[in-house]
Design a protein around this ligand. Structure first.
Ligand SMILES: Cc1cc2nc3c(=O)[nH]c(=O)nc-3n(C[C@H](O)[C@H](O)[C@H](O)COP(=O)(O)OP(=O)(O)OC[C@H]3O[C@@H](n4cnc5c(N)ncnc54)[C@H](O)[C@@H]3O)c2cc1C
Length: 479
């Protein structure tokens, strides 16, 4: 079975006119200047085109727009904050459906520990609403000020707290979705147990807008942290970092909230290019780890626990040096170092990004093999490896050799993508850990994904979206 293809059709003018009337002036954008931010993606790798951006005000309007599009075979691309990194939200014709106006909290239930939100809420606003209620919504990533929760769920976003709370899909109890034929599926249930057949919400989590438009979600809330401790640790090798991870997990249990690895070059670039960042230790070290502990128990002696664990690790040479933040400012500076890496890479020229995962135990092997492979392929290439190593997720970014031509280097993206993905998948890993497939990784789907899995994905796509209007050309590949 092949992926359904949009019948090549001239845009159905009457349907577009009906949609324009339906959503009104606040919900319709067709001015080229205003369309522009919806046509490009964060890293500038893809540039799209579309007839208009529609911004429905509620779920009923989303459903009506989808019904018009289905009848006239107009492709639809859902868009949240457009911070995705694989081109999934970039349109290639048709219309973009922005969730920006679906931004209400429908319910917050402290007893059930849930919040029901519309898909267009900015992630940081969801976090803030939970905090105001004395609770925590733990999904956290550097784009949280602009990405929207529907986008987070559609991409099954990861971020820095996965080691403790899981990926976005682990934080969802229920969904409301507009299907490609315009029907509304009300799966907004707040149940922790519901063994009544297929878990349909999981289909839409991580589907990147190819199966329907998520319009609302019931999300899990957690106790708010009342004690925290943050440390920056120098380690001699990735193997030492993994040994340290096991020790921290054994000693600290579920208070371990983030465990992030950074290579020396990543730290050096931050010191070079980010205001206010200085080398964290007197001497340079090959690898660094940022450890963040949080506990809902006020007065939990997290700093003391970290001191003990790190002291023991120093004695057994797993750790070379360590500093524990003494206040919020110092902790924020440590996080700034970690989160500033992509920004600090920019002045160093072209950068080829990779987001792969391997079983945690194989991270050292991955780093050694992948570094060897890319350095052999291009002498002088600079490996900027960092990431959520607590979940085996490495952003294995590559900066161009110092004197290289930026465009010529970036033209090599696919070759290096393959070299790195070959190593990751060869170690039982994934070619896309948390950013998804979008347009960028479709060739990798063919190369690495199990053919039976691809067949099942095509069958699901065909069943839910037989005419192929929903985000065509993304994720699902033809037979
Ligand atoms: C600085 C920076 C840091 C980042 N860090 C991380 C990180 O740590 N972890 C991580 O996982 N990602 C990260 N990302 C990637 C990105 O932020 C996430 O993928 C985010 O979840 C996308 O949300 P969005 O609202 O911007 O979605 P968009 O970019 O608008 O859309 C992404 C995909 O989801 C689909 N979509 C959007 N909304 C809906 C909806 N309501 N229903 C159905 N489909 C929809 C789109 O069609 C598209 O395919 C980062 C990005 C940046 C720029």
């Amino acid at each position: 079975m092949s992926t359904p293809v949009i019948a090549a059709a001239a845009p159905a003018a009457p349907a577009l006119e009906a949609i324009r009337e339906l959503v009104g002036p606040k919900g319709w954008i067709d001015d080229p200047v205003d369309l522009e931010p919806h046509l490009v993606e964060e890293r500038g790798r893809f540039r799209g085109r579309c007839l208009a951006v529609v911004r429905p005000a509620d779920t009923a309007e989303v459903a009506a727009v989808v019904r018009h599009c289905a009848a006239a075979l107009i492709p639809l691309v859902p868009q949240g904050g457009n911070t995705g990194l694989v081109g999934g939200g970039v349109p290639d014709g048709g219309i973009v459906l922005s969730t920006a106006r679906l931004n209400r909290i429908r319910a917050l239930d402290p007893a059930d520990r849930t919040i029901t939100v519309e898909a267009g809420m900015i992630l940081a606003d969801v976090q803030a609403a939970a905090e105001q209620a004395g609770l925590l919504f733990p999904l956290s990533l550097a784009a949280e000020g602009s990405c929207r929760i529907g986008g987070n769920l559609a991409t099954n976003a990861g971020g820095v707290t996965v080691v403790r709370y899981g990926n976005a899909r682990d934080l969802v109890l229920g969904l409301e979705v507009v299907l490609p034929d315009g029907r509304i599926w009300n799966g907004l249930r707040a149940l922790r147990k519901d063994n009544t057949g297929y878990d349909l919400k999981q289909l839409f989590l991580g589907s990147e807008g190819t199966l329907g438009i998520i319009t609302a979600a019931v999300l899990k809330l957690f106790p708010r942290p009342r004690a925290t401790a943050t440390a920056l640790v120098a380690v001699p090798s990735p193997a030492a970092a993994i040994a340290l991870l096991a020790r921290v997990q054994d000693r600290c249990g579920d208070v371990l909230t983030a465990f992030e690895l950074m290579g020396r070059l990543a730290v050096l670039f931050c010191c070079r290019h980010l205001a206010g960042i200085v080398d964290p230790f007197e001497a340079p070290h090959p690898w660094y780890v940022l450890i963040h502990l949080t506990s809902p128990r006020a007065g939990d002696p997290l700093t003391e626990t970290l001191e003990v664990v790190l002291g023991e690790a120093l004695e057994s040479d797993i750790v070379t040096d360590a500093v524990i933040a003494q206040n919020q400012g110092q902790a924020a500076a440590m996080w700034r170092l970690r989160e500033g890496i992509p920004e600090a890479q920019k002045p160093e020229g072209g950068s080829i990004k990779n987001d792969v995962s391997v079983p945690v135990s194989r991270v050292p092997e991955f780093l050694a093999l992948a570094t060897g492979a890319v350095e052999a392929a291009m002498p002088g290439i600079r490996v900027v490896a960092f990431g959520h190593v607590g979940d085996g997720n490495i952003h294995f970014n590559l900066s161009q050799p110092e004197a290289a031509d930026r465009d010529a280097f970036l033209a090599e993206w696919d070759r290096f993508d393959r070299l790195v993905a070959d190593v990751a998948t060869g170690l039982g890993g994934s070619f896309s850990a948390e950013h998804g497939i979008g347009r960028l990784k479709r060739a990798d789907m063919r190369r690495y994904k199990d053919p039976v899995a691809l067949d099942m994905m095509r069958a699901i796509k065909h069943t839910l979206d037989p005419v192929g209007i929903m985000n065509p050309g993304k994720v699902v590949v033809d037979a």
